[in-house]
Write a protein that binds this ligand. Structure first.
Ligand code: GLN
Length: 490
């Protein structure tokens, strides 16, 4: 195994700068490892030739002393982001033949800074799921194993499971994911990685296949907090093509990253943590102790309506999804199954093109938006959403960040996934609130379970205050001394 693959993005950037290695060399090493790790099913489309070409161009820029912020860094991109001339399917059969004629803004921002794309990463279909078992391209396997059962395949989390498996298995230096209800933070937690969902409006959604437009945000999944800061600042910013992006200068998160959290007011909503598994609770308390030792002040906060966030999410997200997914009608692009009449063609195309979970969400969404039920469900959910936002706003008058575990459990086996969809939705219990309120939130590895599986610590911040959660995340990272193991996969 090539030691270059063990480097974080920041460390690799430094080695490239110092001419200790070339981007071509490291890119080829990643490609070789991807080829040997197909069993994980992390990549769905490769972009190897172009990546090598881009790596050579990066090496020339280094030689001339003109290197860009992410020059020569080999990344993996969730298959949700449109990449020009490179297939983009959102892991759905209905888009299985789609090759975008344009590039998403966030990926374009990465390429503009010299990063290169190794390929597209597997995911749950249309980003709906928590285990990456809903992909048309098949499930992703985590590189992690339980100590007691090293032959059992574990889920990498979802929906950005290809991203978390790839970064954790050293199949790219960092990856782009998306988070509608937790899909960056939960897979990051399951795979011992850092994942940050920025404030709604921080990054452009242009060219990102839409799931629930008022909740979706792009963000990085990385091996360190410093990497997350570097990639986040590179993709952020106002975009004329997305009216929901905030026209605000982007701070230099990586430059301003520090562990000085003296006096930081940390809120813990203890009322939401009742019933936690002892192991999760103990790990969480340990992280809280680390924050205190670094000078933070911990207070109990109450966000009463947060207990309704999951129910609210599972009304609003399907409602928006049912509307967004109406564009896949077999007429304009994607797959078409011919029928005897126009209606028949629609039915066949959509019945055949969408998987089970996506059809379930469309049905729920259509139901909650239908006349007679709209007021009882959708309109009510919107009111609860506003009330939750307001409660967070109030809470942030007395605290600077709010912390919870990222997930109620560590990763589980593919064969242990809940069969009941509602049980599965409970995975998102701690993550959805940040999407509902549009707040930034980060997950940082905070330790291992007795099965030697990683756990994540979640820090939620004020709107557009990513810097504070990154800094607090850095304290956890340094205290936990969590080292991503290098795993032999084959
Ligand atoms: N697991 C959640 C869902 O299935 C969140 C998905 C996401 O964030 N994209 O909707």
């Amino acid at each position: 195994m090539n030691d270059l693959l063990k480097l974080s993005a920041v460390a690799l950037r430094q080695q490239l700068q110092n001419k200790q290695c070339t981007s071509e060399e490291v890119t080829k090493a990643y490609i070789a490892r991807i080829e040997q790790s197909r069993v994980l099913n992390a990549y769905v489309f490769d972009n190897f030739d172009k990546a090598i070409e881009q790596a050579k161009a990066s090496d020339q820029r280094y030689a001339k002393g003109e290197a860009l912020a992410l020059d020569g860094l080999p990344l993996g991109i969730k298959d949700l982001f449109c990449t020009k001339d490179l297939r983009t399917t959102a892991a759905s059969k209905i888009l299985s033949n789609y090759v975008p004629p344009f590039e998403s803004t966030v990926t374009q921002n990465l390429w503009n800074k010299g990063a290169l794309c190794l390929g597209k990463l597997n995911m749950d279909e249309f980003a709906m799921g928590s285990t990456n078992q809903n992909s048309y391209w098949g499930p992703v396997i985590s590189p992690w194993k339980k100590k007691s059962n090293p032959t059992q395949s574990l889920v990498p989390g979802g929906s950005s499971g290809g991203s978390s498996a790839a970064v954790s298995a050293h199949l790219c230096v960092a990856a782009l994911g998306s988070d509608t209800g937790g899909s960056i933070r939960q897979p990051a937690a399951f795979c011992g990685l850092v994942g940050i969902k920025p404030t709604y409006g921080r990054c452009s959604r242009y060219g990102m296949v839409a799931f629930a437009s008022s909740l979706d945000q792009a963000g990085p999944i990385t091996r360190s907090v410093a990497d997350a800061a570097l990639i986040l600042e590179s993709i952020s910013g106002y975009d004329l093509k997305d009216a929901t992006t905030e026209n605000k200068a982007v701070e230099q998160f990586s430059k301003n990253l520090n562990t000085n959290i003296k006096g930081l007011k940390v809120g813990v909503p203890y009322h939401l943590l009742e019933g936690l598994k002892p192991e999760i609770k103990a790990n969480f308390e340990q992280s809280i102790t680390w924050l205190k030792e670094a000078g933070a002040e911990v207070v109990d906060v109450t966000i009463n309506l947060a207990s309704y966030a999951l129910a609210t999410y599972y009304i609003i997200a399907p409602a928006e999804a049912s509307s967004n997914l109406s564009r896949y009608d077999g007429l304009r692009y994607g797959v078409r199954i011919e029928g005897e009449t126009l209606d028949d063609m629609y039915t066949r195309t959509r019945s055949d093109g969408f998987g089970e979970e996506v059809q379930r969400r469309i049905l729920i969404g259509t139901y909650v938006l239908s006349s007679g039920f709209y007021d009882a469900y959708y309109s009510k959910a919107q009111k609860v959403r506003q009330a939750i936002k307001y409660e967070f706003k109030k809470a942030f008058e007395s605290v600077d960040v709010i912390c919870t575990p990222t997930t109620p459990s560590a990763a589980f086996g593919l064969d242990e996934s809940p069969k009941d969809p509602v049980q599965m939705y409970l995975n998102d219990i701690f993550t959805v609130t940040a999407n509902i309120a549009g707040l930034p939130a980060i997950s940082v590895p905070s330790g291992l379970t007795s099965e030697e599986l990683p756990l994540g610590f979640q820090i939620i911040g004020r709107h557009f205050d990513e810097q504070t959660i990154l800094n607090a995340g850095l304290v956890i990272e340094q205290s936990a001394k969590f080292n991503l193991p290098f795993k032999e996969i084959f």
